[in-house]
Design a binder for this molecule. Structure first.
Ligand SMILES: O=P(O)(O)OC[C@H]1O[C@H](O)[C@H](O)[C@@H](O)[C@@H]1O
Length: 477
C-alpha cells in the first residue's frame, strides 16, 4: 500500500517514515509529469520550504527532479511563507509551485503542497491526476529523473530566488497603505517559529506600523514544544504581550504563514469566524462591488445574514481552501473558512495569514475601533451567534458509528430542534428552525471527527451539544 496520499491540503507524512527523500522524489516526478502533460514545461516551477527539519534539503531534491525533467526551477534561497511562494506564480506566470511544508502539523511531520498555475491550492482533480502519476512511478513504469544540484545550477536549470520583495509589494498594493500609515498603529508579532519570520514584521514596518515586540522569532523545527497552530490555546503569550504593550493588535501566523491568529488589544482571541465576519463586512460596507462571498460548510452563518442584508450571494463549499480558491477565481470577492483561511479577489486565491493581518490593521486604522468593539456593533444589527468545534479523537469503530448515525439521519427533530435541512456537502450538516446548525465530518488532515455547532447563544449551543452527543453515543467525551 502506498503511503503517498493527498489529503485536505497536500501530502503529509512523518519524516523518515513516509516523508523520505525517495518519496519526495516520486512526488516531484509525478508533478513534473503532470506539468508536462498540461503543456506547461517551459513555464517553470518555484520550489519553496518552511522551517521544518531538513526543509531545504527536501526542496533541493524536488528541484533536482523537476530540473531533470526539463522544467526550469526557481529554488527559494531561504524559508518562505506558502502565500509568498504562491504569489510568485502570478508574478512570473509560472506553471506552479511545490512547497515543502506540513503547515501546522506536529514537528515530526513534513509535507508537500502543489500549487498550480492559478496560484491557489490544487483541486482534487489535479491531485488525483498527480496521484495517478505517483502510482505509475511506484509501479516502475516510469523512472525518477534526477540531475545533481551543482550541475543543474551550472547549466542554468535551477536558479535561486527570494520572493520577499515582490510579495511585499503585492501585499502593499492590495491593502490601503495610506490609511494604515496615518494611524500610528503598534503591533506584537508571533510567527510561531515558522516561515513567516521576517516577513510580517518587515512589511508592517514598511507600512509605518511600529512592531513593539516579536515572539517565537527564530527558526526552531521543534516549534518550542508546541504546535505551530495559531489557535487560542497556543497564543496565550501573544495575548499577554499585546495587552501589556497596549498594542493595536497581536498578529500570529501558522508554520507556513498561510493561516492567521488575531489578538484584540484587550488580550482576547478573535476567532477566525469573527475575523471573517469583520473583513467581509468591511468589503460589503466600504469596498463596494462585492457580488459573492464564499465560505465552507463549517463556517459561521453570520456571514449569510450580513450578505443577505446587502443582497450578496453566499456560496457554501466543502472544507478546504482548495474549494474557496476556486470560488474566488469564479468571482467571489472574499472567501474564508473557520479553520483560519481567508483571501480576497484582488490578491491570489490562496489563503494568506499576512494578508489577513494587514487587512485587520487597515480595518483598525479606518474605524479607530478594536475588533471586539466592531463585533459588538455588528451584533446589534445582525444578532448574535456562538460557534464551537469539538475535535473528537475516537476509535475507528466509534467513528464509523458516529458517521453512520448522521448519514442515516431521517428524524424530523433533534430534541427540541426541528430539522429544516439536511445536506451532505462535506460530512452531514443539519440546520434547525432556530437558525442553529451542526456538522459532523471526518477530518482530512488528522485522525479525528470534527463536530461543529452554532446556535444563537451559549445556552442554546450547550443544549444542542448535549442532545447531539447523546444521539451520537458520545456523551462520555
Ligand atoms: O478539517 P480538516 O479536513 O482537517 O482540514 C482543516 C484544514 O486543513 C488545511 O489547513 C487546509 O488547508 C484547510 O483548508 C482546512 O480547513
Amino acid at each position: 500500500m502506498s503511503v503517498i496520499k493527498f489529503g485536505t491540503d497536500g501530502w503529509r507524512g512523518v519524516i523518515a517514515r513516509e516523508f523520505t527523500f525517495a518519496n519526495v522524489a516520486i512526488v516531484a516526478q509525478a508533478v513534473a509529469m503532470y506539468v508536462k502533460a498540461e503543456g506547461q514545461t517551459g513555464k517553470g516551477i518555484i520550489v519553496g520550504y518552511d522551517n521544518r527539519f531538513l526543509g531545504s534539503l527536501f526542496a533541493e531534491r524536488v528541484a533536482e527532479v523537476l530540473a531533470a525533467n526539463g522544467i526550469p526551477v526557481w529554488l527559494c534561497d531561504a524559508p518562505a511563507p506558502t502565500p509568498a511562494v504562491a504569489s510568485m506564480i502570478a508574478e512570473r506566470s509560472l506553471a506552479g509551485a511545490m512547497m515543502v511544508t506540513a503547515s501546522h502539523n506536529p514537528p515530526e511531520y513534513n509535507g508537500i503542497k502543489f500549487i498550480p498555475d492559478y496560484a491557489g491550492p490544487a483541486t482534487p482533480e489535479i491531485t488525483d491526476a498527480i496521484t495517478r502519476y505517483v502510482r505509475e512511478v511506484e509501479a516502475g513504469q516510469v523512472e525518477v529523473q534526477v540531475v545533481p544540484l551543482a550541475q543543474a545550477t551550472k547549466e542554468g536549470l535551477i536558479a535561486y530566488e527570494c520572493p520577499r520583495q515582490p510579495y511585499g509589494e503585492r501585499l502593499k498594493q492590495v491593502v490601503d497603505g495610506a490609511v494604515i500609515r496615518q494611524a500610528g498603529l503598534r503591533v506584537v508579532v508571533d510567527p510561531m517559529h515558522g516561515s513567516g519570520i521576517g516577513y510580517l514584521e518587515e512589511i508592517a514596518a514598511e507600512l509605518g506600523v511600529e512592531v513593539v515586540a516579536c515572539l517565537r522569532h527564530h527558526k526552531d523545527p521543534m516549534f518550542g514544544g508546541r504546535l505551530p497552530e495559531p489557535c487560542e490555546e497556543e497564543l496565550e503569550e501573544l495575548a499577554r504581550l499585546t495587552q501589556e504593550h497596549g498594542a493595536s493588535l497581536g498578529l500570529a501566523l501558522d508554520g507556513d504563514a498561510d493561516r492567521f491568529g488575531i489578538i484584540d488589544p484587550s488580550g482576547a482571541y478573535v476567532t477566525p469566524n469573527e475575523v471573517f465576519i469583520l473583513l467581509a463586512h468591511d468589503q460589503l460596507r466600504y469596498k463596494g462591488g462585492l457580488q459573492k462571498i464564499a465560505r465552507t460548510v463549517a463556517t459561521t452563518h453570520r456571514i449569510d445574514r450580513m450578505a443577505a442584508a446587502y443582497g450578496v450571494e453566499v456560496v457554501e463549499t466543502p472544507v478546504g481552501f482548495k474549494y474557496i480558491g476556486q470560488e474566488i477565481l469564479k468571482g467571489a470577492g472574499i472567501g474564508g473558512e473557520e479553520s483560519g483561511g481567508l483571501s480576497i479577489s484582488s490578491h491570489i486565491p490562496e489563503k494568506d495569514g499576512l494578508l489577513v493581518g494587514l487587512l485587520m490593521l487597515e480595518l483598525t486604522a479606518r474605524t479607530g475601533r478594536t475588533p471586539k468593539q466592531l463585533l459588538a456593533e455588528l451584533e446589534q444589527t445582525y444578532g448574535t451567534a456562538v460557534s464551537e468545534r469539538v475535535d473528537a479523537r475516537i476509535s475507528p469503530e466509534q467513528k464509523d458509528q458516529v458517521l453512520a448515525v448522521m448519514r442515516d439521519w431521517t428524524a424530523e427533530r433533534l430534541d427540541r430542534w426541528l430539522v429544516t435541512k439536511k445536506t451532505a456537502v462535506d460530512g452531514v450538516k443539519l440546520v434547525f428552525d432556530t437558525g442553529a446548525w451542526t456538522l459532523v465530518r471526518p477530518s482530512g488532515t488528522e485522525p479525528l471527527v470534527r463536530i461543529y455547532l452554532e446556535a444563537g447563544d451559549r445556552e442554546e449551543l450547550n443544549g444542542l451539544k448535549t442532545a447531539l452527543f447523546a444521539v451520537l453515543g458520545l456523551s462520555a467525551i
